[in-house]
Design a protein around this ligand. Structure first.
Ligand code: SAM
Length: 311
């Protein structure tokens, strides 16, 4: 459905947030507001909701839908900058719940002009915020072959990363690779024929998108500052869509929810060891049930992890 975005793991998110009507909540990835509007519906007059997105179209949607609600603050920025934004609002350590629903939204994928899709031809852009950073086409114009291969391998786990990189670098001298159909065709030509069900460009498109949007760096910067944003007892919810994101979240939760033994042999005194457990895990990782999968195939790879600030 064009322009719509069915919120993934909606009921699980709302249950895990355990919303207090007068609490302060953050949706760091507004999208089309599926989760945000349900959160808002559970807040009373004194509750507060901060919504962020890096995509100007998502922000325009938030302004249209929620702009008149005095409980809502709308911020066009990367969620990696949440700490600084909340510092400006005087809300550090006062947040009861934060949701990140990572990745791209259906409207971004469905709109050919955004350049995310190999199924619909469009300019090869792939930026969630087209006003910042470098488009996929600009990156592919100047990146070295080894760098292209590394991105395809690291972020797409593409087995044929080197072959594809070689093909793209050879092709770009003869013709610009500046639309999604050209890129998809070149990737297809670089790969051995197979009976794979997935389009041969799936992994490479994911990898280039992750690189262009610095998705893992964003998530890591956010995680590095998020504990001091929450109040004690406040909850962090992250929905990830591939193993690279989920691994960062899982490691972060593990590191802060258990006491770490210091590396052996380090001459540390007792009081120099970072022994405070700052997070408590809330339940296990959750996935979408059969009902949701039937109506929303996008939920297939979604994993929700929840933790709360312990100290
Ligand atoms: C999967 S959608 C969120 C859908 C939303 N939960 C809903 O119910 O409509 C992800 C959204 O996060 C945004 N996004 C991704 N990375 C971001 C970042 N680093 N900072 C801010 N927004 C980001 C995207 O622009 C996109 O709109």
């Amino acid at each position: 459905m064009n322009g719509a975005h069915a919120p993934v793991l909606h009921d699980e998110v709302i249950a895990a947030l355990a919303i207090r009507p007068d609490g302060n909540y953050v949706d760091g990835t507004y999208g089309r507001g599926g989760h945000a509007s349900s959160i808002l519906g559970l807040l009373g007059e004194r509750g507060r909701l901060i919504v962020m997105d890096r995509d100007p179209q998502a922000i325009a949607d938030a302004q249209q839908r929620l702009g008149d609600d005095s409980r809502v603050t709308i911020i066009h920025d990367d969620y990696a900058n949440l700490y600084r934004q909340l510092e400006d609002l005087g809300l550090l350590e006062q947040i009861d719940g934060i949701l990140l629903d990572l990745g791209v939204s259906s409207p971004q994928l469905d709109d050919a002009s955004r350049g995310f899709s190999f199924q619909r031809n469009g300019p090869l852009d792939m930026r969630m915020n087209p006003r910042a950073g470098q488009s996929a086409a600009a990156w592919l114009r100047q990146a070295e072959e080894a760098e292209i291969a590394r991105v395809l391998w690291e972020y797409g786990e593409e087995r044929h990363s080197r072959r594809i990189a070689r093909k793209l670098v050879a092709a770009r001298d003869k013709q610009p690779i500046d639309d999604t159909a050209t890129l998809a065709r070149l990737i297809g030509e670089a790969l051995p024929r197979s009976r794979q069900q997935r389009h041969p460009a799936t992994r490479s498109f994911q990898a280039i998108r992750i690189h262009v949007n610095q998705e893992l760096a964003q998530l890591q910067r956010f995680l590095d500052s998020v504990i001091d944003i929450l109040r004690v007892g406040g909850r962090l919810l992250v929905i990830s869509f591939h193993s690279l994101e989920d691994r960062l979240v899982k490691r972060f939760f593990k590191r802060h929810s258990s006491r770490q033994a210091p590396p052996r042999g380090l001459p540390l005194r007792e009081n120099e060891i970072d022994s405070v457990v700052r997070l408590r895990l809330v339940g296990k990782a959750q996935k979408a049930g059969d009902d949701e999968l039937e109506s929303n195939p996008r939920a297939r790879s979604a994993v929700l992890r929840v933790a709360e600030r312990a100290a």
